[in-house]
Design a protein around this ligand. Sequence first.
Ligand code: SF4
Length: 429
Amino acid sequence: MERLKTKDDESQIFKTGDFSIELNCQANNEYTKVSYPLKYGVFSRLETQDYIFEFNLNHEIRHAKSKKKNWIHPSEWLKRTMGNDWVYYSSGGYSGVYEALGEYYLPNLMYQTNSLLGGKPFNEKAIDEIVKNWHQMICQLPETHMPDRFSRWIDAIQQQTPEGLQKKAQQLFDISGSRVTVMPPDARHVDYNIIPLTISDGCLYKCRFCKIKNKKKFAVRSKQDIDTQIKQLRQLYDKDLINFNALFLGEHDALNSPCDLILKTAQDAYDAFEFQTSVMKKNYLFMFGSVDSFLNADQAFFETLNCLPFQTFINIGLESYDQSTLDILGKPITSEKVGLAFQKIQLINNTAANIEISCNFVMDETLPKSHYTALMSLVRESVNRTKPKGSVYLSPLTFGRPSRQVLYDFYKLKSMSRFPTFLYLIQRL
Ligand code: SF4
């Protein structure tokens, strides 16, 4: 596969009275947290009198917004994910987005999740119009004579139909055998632009409360299977691979895979996806771990991981430090082990500069008071000063029913926590 040479590739602009095209726009090359919309990587843009559409290097739509008066806010936009979902990024109107999520923009999803913030933007006419008709809109451009390069590009974006994009999303799911039903919360650092590579299936506990688990017994993939996935992912991401710098090792407990398999896969993927020449600065590695896989992973593993060319984020589901709550949740681990895992998390976070271990706890109105008392003993009383690293994510248990009380409880917990504390918004790829 040939890599796109972007350095010497000047962006090219074509304009008529009705629309304009800008090819190979080079946007920000580093993920940054700012309160205004930033675009990343290399992409091409079509702007009409009413709309702005952006396309990746495979000519697939990736962002869209309307310039009409009925668009909710000029700095908000729609993003299409690799799984072919539309996500609406909202800013104003919902106070406290940054405090709650650690990001300035709130992803509003088309499917039910555990979000406590946001409204129902997909019920808005202006948004619905784009989601349903974007392809028609780009196929109805007025006839204009334009240089070859631009007319070829227009042809190419028109060929990427909604049906074709849905098929491509299915191809992505087929590579590993299933869709990524939940991304780690830390993937927010790269706006969820991850390449998913499955090294093991299933999880250890099959907790009763969990809505994202599957029936698969935990099993490690063979090296050959992983190599095939890497090859197919390279083909699927194709020319747009250059815009990616983040790898997600799935599935729900990749950390329970043999250490050498994790390390070798991360390095192999880094090489195969040519992350060293990504237009995006830095490289990121994300995975989930469980209390047991994390406690079993030895010091030598973390030392080697720390030396890989990644900033690594491992998210551990602790859920509760209170035994009665763990029992209610049907999570077959002891609070004692949760405490030990929390201690070990601090050790790794204090010593490994390129690794951040984050953890999740659940939240719900129905949980006993002892859950919150125990949580405070970890996130407040176990340390005597504020920690810059080691995010604690609080995950509302209920889907599709935002609760003011739970949001209020979250802000209260956050104000008392000595760790960076955020809501975990469950999103699929
Ligand atoms: S919370 Fe984690 S370990 Fe428990 S069932 Fe869900 S995915 Fe599996």
